[in-house]
Design a binder for this molecule. Sequence first.
Ligand code: GLN
Length: 303
Amino acid sequence: MDYTAILAEIADECRPLARSGRVADYIAPLAAVGLGPFGMALRTVEGEEFSVGDAAVPFSIQSIAKVLGLAHAMELVGDDIWSRVGREPSGTPFNSLVQLETERGIPRNPMINAGALVVVDATLAAAPSNGDHLLAFVRRAADDETLGYDLAVAEAERETAHGNRALAHLLKAYGVLQGDPDAVIDAYCRMCSLSMSCAELCRAFTFLARAGLSPSGARVVSPRHAKRINAVMLTCGVYDEAGDFAYRVGLPAKSGVGGGIVAVLPGVFVATVWSPGLGPKGNSLAGTMALELLTTKTGASIF
Ligand SMILES: NC(=O)CC[C@H](N)C(=O)O
């Protein structure tokens, strides 16, 4: 199928909304991007690529990276990961502390910050200490050795990560975090600073549409893990907007406060969108609308 005309229509309809919402202002380099950009890309499992607008502009993928971190951890430690983090939707904001105390240090899922910190901790404990194994995993998933971090973003987040530090120390107090909370925060901020364009993000997430295979056909995760990661994205990927997002868009998806969203239709395509204006739940306003229009215009969703 040729998605060129549909993406052009979607971009026209979404551009006005790209001036609405708020950019994430607690990480200075993200605030500096400002409102206005809009880009979208779609890559089919056959390898056809379509894009519109600012689809080639790199942006900070932020919490979208939690999916890559989870995929890496599942390959490293297997089902053991689920002894320290749940897989139920939280119904709370991504950075909330409240539930973590009432549930005695076991985060609801790996897509909220507390859960991602546990995943990072598990990865640090399991991986050999030489080299950056997450980055190697991401490059392998995308078949792209040029992908990397934006270390200025990581450093800026480290300086203001007081809430995340509180989460990490609370996790440590409950004995759920094995390593040093500050080392976990450093690795977490680096992970969130991964920088990609919509087009690159489509390639990095191809394995979730291809039952675990990268664009070149290399095995990234098992088919079972791909299915499970998509399930976690569907139920938890956009935090306390997961229900509304499933209702409107109908695809497993993950958002980040950089304004990106990646959505997967298993067996068919990966669609990515970037527009920095966020709604109250921290998800891109124009990005959500673009994905809603995509599934409405094509009739393609998991439902
Ligand atoms: N929702 C997000 O993208 C949040 C990620 C960001 N690095 C944070 O921890 O606050």
